[in-house]
Design a protein around this ligand. Structure first.
Ligand SMILES: C[S@@+](CC[C@H](N)C(=O)[O-])C[C@H]1O[C@@H](n2cnc3c(N)ncnc32)[C@H](O)[C@@H]1O
Length: 335
């Protein structure tokens, strides 16, 4: 059988001016309004995506390993609930490795990989197509924090059920209110075909020391990932952040059940960009990422508020007794 070629639909890069405006607005926010902030999506340029891949191999970073173990242990049970001949839509696909590890069990009819980090996604998808030459593959460069409207090439109206896949606890980057909005959009994106639904990985509330180590590893890879954001912003917004002026901070905010990543200025600095500037005092922080931790009950409730049916849940508690991470299958309609 001849090898198929992945198709690419690039939506995100069309909005370069909007991206610049969003960045500058977050950078200019003053301390009375919570201080400078940037969206975690800006952590992912091609280098950011590679650094994230390295993070997943660190001894301190338990989420990827724990989630993979849940798929290994419970993959067959999951597969029995998944729709057959589905369009598998991987939200924030990264290197596409997690979805690919499920192809044999889930046997999708088409694979749609969605990511904001377009160059990295292209490389990953072209490589994956060589391993699965007969599978129809589509790459979509999309910022789904703006909209989860997928292009028709992602299988709309072809009559196949949709299996939305959102692993890695990326949902934790949204506040609970934003997560509900996102899940409502995911529910709509499942479409009307029976059997469609969302398979999602969620990181669970746990001990502060384990959480903080996972986001501030001894090798400093997470620090590099966070600081690389400045190089990415300099390219997107034309700013002049100097790497040497900023250090990585990760702390668990117990009141909000979230890990916060910040960049903290090592001295007083003024950062400029075309048409604006922002002074930071020594020690001032710029908030770069939240990673909310959930309870299984709280997240199952959120899914149902978003319109999904009662989810099936698998956690590592079933094998290790620890309950660090959960994978939930939420059918779009009550079966
Ligand atoms: C934490 S990584 C997870 C990667 C992979 N799915 C995994 O579980 O290992 C988050 C992924 O989502 C992508 N991403 C982050 N924000 C995004 C957005 N607003 N729109 C589209 N993709 C986004 C990143 O580029 C990255 O590949």
């Amino acid at each position: 059988m001849p090898m198929k070629t992945p198709r690419f639909i690039q939506i995100y890069q069309d909005n370069a001016q909007v991206v610049q405006q969003e960045l500058v607005q977050g950078l200019a926010s003053n301390p009375a309004h919570g201080g400078a902030t940037t969206s975690p999506k800006f952590l992912y340029d091609a280098l950011g995506s590679r650094l994230f891949e390295a993070i997943t191999e660190l001894p301190e970073y338990y989420p990827t390993r724990t989630e993979a173990a849940i798929f290994r242990t419970h993959g067959d049970a999951m597969a029995r609930q998944m729709p057959k001949g589905a369009t598998l839509i991987d939200l924030g696909a990264g290197n596409c490795g997690k979805a690919a590890s499920l192809f044999d069990r889930f046997a999708p009819a088409r694979y749609v990989a969605v990511d904001i980090s377009v160059d990295f996604l292209r490389g990953a998808l072209e490589c994956l197509q060589r391993q699965y030459p007969a599978l129809d593959m589509v790459g979509v460069g999309l910022d789904f924090s703006r909209t989860l409207e997928l292009p028709p090439e992602a299988g709309a109206n072809d009559g196949s059920p949709r299996l939305l896949f959102y692993p890695g606890s990326s949902i934790g980057n949204f506040t609970p209110d934003e997560a509900l909005v996102f899940l409502r959009q995911a529910h709509a994106a499942c479409g009307p075909v029976p059997g469609s639904g969302l398979l999602i990985g969620v990181d669970l509330v746990k001990d502060t020391a384990e959480l903080e180590a996972a986001y501030d590893d001894a090798l400093g890879v997470t620090a590099a990932f966070n600081r690389n954001l400045l190089l990415h912003i300099n390219r997107l917004a034309g700013s002049d952040f100097a790497l040497a002026d900023w250090s990585h901070v990760a702390l668990y905010n117990t009141a909000h059940s979230r890990i916060e990543m910040h960049l903290q200025s090592r001295r007083a600095v003024t950062v400029t960009w075309p048409g604006g500037h922002r002074a930071f005092v020594a020690g001032e922080r710029m908030h770069t990422e939240n990673s909310y931790k959930w309870t299984v009950e709280g997240f199952a409730d959120l899914l149902q508020q978003a319109g999904f049916a009662t989810p099936s849940v698998w956690t590592d508690a079933q094998t290790t007794g620890q309950g660090r991470f959960a994978v939930l299958w939420a059918p779009a309609q009550t079966p």
